[in-house]
Design a protein around this ligand. Structure first.
Ligand SMILES: NC(=O)c1ccc[n+]([C@@H]2O[C@H](COP(=O)([O-])OP(=O)(O)OC[C@H]3O[C@@H](n4cnc5c(N)ncnc54)[C@H](O)[C@@H]3O)[C@@H](O)[C@H]2O)c1
Length: 446
């Protein structure tokens, strides 16, 4: 099967590489020439474990190539996937469909024979019909179908998610399009991964409903965490006790500094907007958006408490700024709210992140980047764990505390315990939703 993938970001590149690994002939297109130059040189513009090797394997097998030339890439493709960005539109929270519609128009003018135009980007309900109209208008004689194929991969585990998905969702309007989509996903079908075939609108809705539900689950446990702090309960024990219930499940039940990333913030906002436009406000989702902002603010208050009410002049080491480990993606990361509050309050902020510096240097002005946690902690007043990269899960806490001016630890991912911190010599340890340890002030400080 000949496939063209429009957009080589986190979704387009992983999907293109994986489709080529299924045995299809794939051309990946991006309008960003720097990205294509890198890809042609065998380099991967994003950080995604395992992607570079899989890409190299399929390039050398002759099944995968890269270009900026959309016209030649789509001309004889049997399926063209649109995997461009759908960021939040400024001002109203709606998904910005400019890139999707521009791609649809370009594709319409370039394809020759029957083609299935597949939307992989996350798009509001009704968008695939709009894509169909756009294509029809741009090329009235073209024989084509549209299909909706939302993507559920997670950054950091993208290849595994694509190759072993919980399900593949395909929205179609014709048997012919369904056959093409079944052919594309045949390797997964043969291994019994569920492929759900729906109408266009249901496929579009599944993606938003799934993301809003996961964001709700995270936000729910974050709110319970705040109540645990007030009542003396321990959110880790509460999560475990809840998650073992098969009806609830233990995933997305870890409290932390609020959800972020390239999908949940924008997709919850877009779903809220779809509800408003249809005269049916999505009250749960709207509340989730609001509560998630409060969660991030609560984290800032925790840090302020640890700094005796003022960040001014304090030296703060921040460990991890990407929105989660194993990605370099900084989009809507909680660090983008928390770090500026520290800097704005007059703190001297040192940041460590295995992959975050490239984007972070632009997004987090006024911070100092250092190589490791121990360097960052030198003479610091506070260490904040914001993202649970593996290297922050196994810190030598004693070594860390020894270097600090005031050994205080804010563990916003609940990696350690108050006992660990106390034993290592920290004078204060603060986490999320648990019993925290703050040493009583010495007589002369009281
Ligand atoms: N990132 C994720 O984890 C994830 C997961 C599931 C779904 N999604 C959805 O997938 C879509 C893409 O997300 P992403 O994170 O990969 O975006 P991204 O911003 O990383 O990549 C988009 C790419 O598309 C390119 N592009 C835009 N218009 C183009 C055009 N006309 N022709 C060629 N290239 C063009 C851009 O240059 C960019 O490289 C979004 O709708 C997103 O919501 C993302």
């Amino acid at each position: 099967m000949k496939i063209a993938m429009i957009g080589t970001g986190y979704v387009g590149l992983v999907s293109g590489v994986c489709f080529s690994d299924f045995g299809h002939d794939v051309v990946c297109v991006d309008k960003n020439p720097e990205k294509i130059e890198m890809l042609e040189a065998g380099e991967v513009p994003i950080f995604e474990p395992g992607l570079q090797a899989l890409m190299a394997k399929n390039v050398s097998a002759g099944r995968l190539s890269f270009t900026t030339d959309l016209v030649s890439a789509v001309a004889d493709a049997e399926a063209v996937f649109i995997a461009v960005g759908t960021p939040t539109r400024r001002g109203d929270g709606h998904a910005d469909l400019t890139y999707v519609m521009a791609a649809a128009e370009e594709i319409a003018q370039a394809v020759t024979g029957y083609t299935v135009i597949v939307t992989k980007s996350t798009v509001p309900v009704g968008t695939n019909r709009q894509v169909k109209q756009t294509v029809r208008k741009a090329n009235p004689k073209l024989e084509f179908d549209v299909a909706s194929n939302p993507e559920f991969l997670r950054e950091g585990a993208a290849i595994d998610d694509f190759m072993k998905p919980d399900r593949v969702v395909v929205g179609v309007q014709s048997d012919r399009a369904e056959e093409v989509m079944q052919e594309i996903y045949r390797p997964l079908f043969l291994r019994d991964f569920p492929i759900i075939v729906t109408d266009l609108e249901s496929a579009e809705m599944i993606k938003y409903a799934a993301n809003a539900f996961l964001a709700t689950k995270i936000t729910f446990i974050n709110e319970i965490a705040a109540l645990c702090e007030r009542t003396g309960a321990d959110v880790k024990q509460v999560s475990k006790g809840m998650g073992l219930d098969g009806r609830i499940g233990n995933k997305f039940l870890h409290s932390g500094p609020g959800y972020g990333g390239s999908c949940f913030p924008k997709d919850t906002k877009a779903l809220a907007r779809i509800g408003q436009e249809n005269g049916l406000p999505m009250q749960i989702t709207e509340t989730v958006i609001k509560v998630n902002e409060e969660v991030k603010r609560r984290m800032i208050d925790k840090l302020l408490d640890l700094c005796d009410g003022s960040f001014n002049g304090k030296v703060v080491a921040v460990l991890g700024v990407t929105f989660k480990p194993e990605t370099d993606d900084m989009r809507d990361a909680p660090s983008l709210t928390i770090v500026p509050a520290l800097v704005g309050g007059g703190a001297k902020v040192r940041v460590v992140d295995p992959q975050g510096a490239h984007e972070g240097e632009v997004l987090l002005p006024g911070v100092h980047w250092v190589e490791n946690a121990y360097k960052a902690a030198q003479n610091a007043d506070l260490v904040v764990i914001l993202t649970e990269w593996n290297e922050f899960r196994a810190l030598d806490l004693k070594r860390l505390a020894k270097r600090m001016h005031h050994p205080k630890l804010a563990d916003l991912r609940n990696i350690y315990t108050d006992k660990d911190a106390k034993r290592a010599g920290f004078e204060a340890y603060v986490s999320v939703g648990r019993h925290d340890y703050i040493a009583a002030p010495k007589e002369d400080e009281a």
